[in-house]
Design a protein around this ligand. Structure first.
Ligand SMILES: NC(=O)CC[C@H](N)C(=O)O
Length: 224
């Protein structure tokens, strides 16, 4: 994948693009919350947000969100648009910060069960096995207060919205788990839907990790 250029803006801020995969699912909600979160962050980077439907659009991005929706549909569309390999390269070779929510986390897992015969194409990046639809069907959707320690000690609980949500049932190669948020290097996954809460905290926290990554790449003298 070609390096992503950053450009100096008149305010001497460096511009960087964060993409939201827009093949299917709740991508608009993510864009709205990312914009709201970015407005609360002061940094030397001017972040802009874009919908990603093509390889060319992906190549502009320094980081990516993969939304909730239907992972099999998203994988199929990605395959038809020849986006699957570029996505794998983005996540696993370029190691760009990538956050998958619900179906997005399924796609970012190395292994998923309850897939149809023949299996499901995944992007991978997280050494976990997820169990799709672990928390039941659409009518069994629920929300529950979650204590997300990475948001800071003493923070009020975060509302976890679970809709046909997966669980991380194994951390590979170690074994059994029952996890709803997982981070491995540049890849973050969560079972729930922070973009449906209006609560900006998780998007803000993730964008701060993206900015850290941009700074690190700049220091290394590579592409941002
Ligand atoms: N809300 C969601 O993203 C549901 C994910 C869905 N169960 C799937 O397998 O893709």
């Amino acid at each position: 994948m070609s390096p992503t250029a950053i450009t100096e803006t008149s305010s001497e801020k460096k511009a960087a693009v964060v993409g939201v995969l827009a093949l299917q699912g709740a991508f608009q909600e993510h864009v709205q919350l990312l914009r709201k979160a970015a407005a609360q962050i002061t940094s030397t980077y001017e972040l802009s947000f874009t919908l990603v439907k093509t390889t060319a659009q992906l190549a502009q991005c320094s980081a990516l969100v993969i939304p909730g929706g239907e992972s099999t549909t998203m994988a199929l569309i990605a395959e038809r648009c020849a986006l699957l390999e570029p996505l794998r390269e983005f996540v696993k070779v370029a190691r760009r910060p990538t956050w998958g929510t619900c179906a997005g986390m399924i796609l970012l897992s190395e292994s998923a069960n309850r897939t149809k015969k023949g299996g499901q194409e995944l992007i991978g990046g997280l050494d976990v096995r997820v169990n799709r639809n672990h928390f039941g069907r659409q009518v069994e959707s629920f929300s529950v207060p979650l204590q997300l320690r990475f948001l800071g000690e003493g923070e009020k609980p975060f509302t976890g919205v679970f809709i046909r949500a997966p669980v991380v049932e194994a951390v590979l190669p170690r074994g059994d788990a029952r996890v709803v948020a997982v981070r491995q290097g540049n890849v973050l996954g969560c079972s729930f839907h922070p973009e449906l809460t209006g609560d900006v905290r998780m998007h803000k926290w993730w964008l701060e990790t993206v900015i850290e990554d941009l700074k690190r790449r700049e220091k290394l003298g590579g592409s941002v």
